[in-house]
Design a protein around this ligand. Structure first.
Ligand SMILES: Cc1cc2nc3c(=O)[nH]c(=O)nc-3n(C[C@H](O)[C@H](O)[C@H](O)COP(=O)(O)OP(=O)(O)OC[C@H]3O[C@@H](n4cnc5c(N)ncnc54)[C@H](O)[C@@H]3O)c2cc1C
Length: 401
């Protein structure tokens, strides 16, 4: 059997290794358009590669996978995070789990992950063709034709593992297949309000950030940058609301609760206690906020920092309550700085057989990784999807080989 894998990224290379170990006699060729394989994998996690997550605090997979949770749930029965952890340790890669459940190689070096896959590919005799962009895949009765700009070859099976593509044309070579329009996910937002720039570098833990007028909300650390909002909470919100925000051309209103998840009533009680104090508002404030941040919030609520807490009137207290729990920021677009991390969209999951990840109408063509309409929030979930889908395809092909 001859198998073509299109894309030498995480999903494609992992599938190649798993398949060759199951069926060494299968001839596997990877076509990669770039000069080198796994270029993106080497950059993941800021060069450290957050290769999976323990999922210990994921109670519902839809929290981790805004698109594709149901399919991932099913595929995890074959190869989930525990199996992934074991697989990498069996290759000799020691892993460490951070306090936030993210899993990294102990070397803190993504090149160890890339190197491990490259060595395994070499040992298993996987053929790797770089500078080989696939331009077309044609599905015949008994085989598939795979065309690059200079070659045309026949294969029994094809895995499309071309990753996320900002344009639907990235998957145009697939024969009559429904593509869910791609939009970016995991991005920072530009705040229209320039006064926020004074807080550049401020990190606020356990914030809640929401898109006004919707159910989209996320909790976690918020990072204030020179352009607006970033950090895990913002990235998570951008993932949950990826399509909604794209529809608004990224001009939305964000609501921030700065008070560590406390609701309006709880914050009202805190402010009532503060209002019994004779201290100045500038000097007595919730401890998790820095003085600089607190002064900024007082200004937004039109409360003078020189005012004593016990002199605050009801109107001022209400304005402060509203700034602390639902601070409102119109956005001035998506931040393109560093580009988006992940694509929301891709081959519609309705098109694929959930057991084999093959196209229902072209069962010789399989899909894996970000080319599918599956994407996760930050924390190792996207690479987990690449390993899981790559593994499932390898086993599906091996069964038929
Ligand atoms: C900067 C950055 C950091 C990230 N960090 C993390 C992280 O720490 N943890 C995490 O879980 N996720 C992370 N991600 C997301 C994660 O990297 C991707 O979800 C994952 O790499 C997807 O794997 P893939 O194999 O589907 O696609 P890719 O890794 O993108 O590989 C696809 C490959 O296909 C090739 N290709 C495309 N079209 C063709 C064609 N027509 N012919 C031939 N070759 C083609 C591409 O050149 C590419 O090499 C990060 C993403 C970025 C951009």
């Amino acid at each position: 059997m001859r198998v073509a894998i299109i894309g030498a990224g995480a999903a494609g290379c992992f599938c190649a290794v798993v398949l060759k170990r199951l069926r060494p006699e299968v001839d596997v060729t990877i076509f990669e358009r770039a000069r080198r394989p796994m270029v993106k994998l080497a950059l993941t996690g800021g060069g450290r590669c957050n290769l999976t997550n323990t999922f210990d605090h994921v109670t519902d997979l839809a929290q981790a996978y805004p698109r594709g949770a149901r399919l991932m749930q099913r595929l995890f029965r074959q190869f989930g995070p525990e199996e992934t952890f074991r697989w990498w340790e069996e290759q000799g890669v020691r892993l460490v789990v951070q306090d936030d459940d993210c899993v990294f190689p102990a070397s803190q070096d993504a090149r160890e992950i890339v190197g491990t896959l490259l060595t395994a590919m070499r040992q298993a005799d996987v053929h790797l063709r770089t500078n080989a962009k696939v331009t077309n895949v044609e599905n015949g009765n008994a085989s598939c034709l795979v065309r690059t700009e200079t070659t045309c070859e026949t294969f029994d099976r094809v895995l499309v593992a071309t990753g996320g593509s900002p344009r639907p044309s990235g998957l145009a070579f697939l024969p009559d297949t429904a593509i869910v329009a791609p939009v970016p996910s995991l991005f920072a937002m530009n705040a229209g309000d320039e006064s926020l720039h004074a807080l550049t570098g401020t990190v606020v833990e356990r914030c809640q950030i929401a898109v006004a007028g919707t159910k989209f909300r996320a909790e976690g650390t918020l990072l204030l940058t020179h352009f607006g909002f970033s950090g895990p909470a913002m990235l998570r919100l951008s993932s949950y609301a990826a399509r909604h925000l794209a529809g608004l051309d990224y001009r939305a209103t964000l609501l921030v609760n700065w008070m560590q998840g406390a609701n309006e009533e709880e914050v009202r009680r805190t402010l009532t206690t503060f209002r019994q104090s004779t201290k100045l508002t500038a000097n007595h404030h919730p401890l998790h906020l820095t003085s600089r941040h607190w002064l900024y919030l007082l200004t937004r609520a039109h409360v003078a920092p020189t005012q004593r807490w016990d002199a605050l009137n009801a109107k001022e207290a209400n304005r402060l309550l509203s700034v602390l729990t639902a601070d409102t920021y119109p956005t001035a677009g998506r931040c393109a700085y560093k580009g988006e991390f992940v694509t929301c969209g891709g081959v519609s999951l309705r098109e694929v057989d959930s057991a084999t990840l093959a196209l229902k109408h072209h069962p010789r063509i399989h899909l894996a990784g970000e080319a599918l309409d599956i994407d996760g929030i930050t924390g190792g979930f996207n690479l987990q999807a690449a390993w899981t889908t790559g593994y499932v395809v390898a086993h599906a092909i091996a069964r038929d080989a």
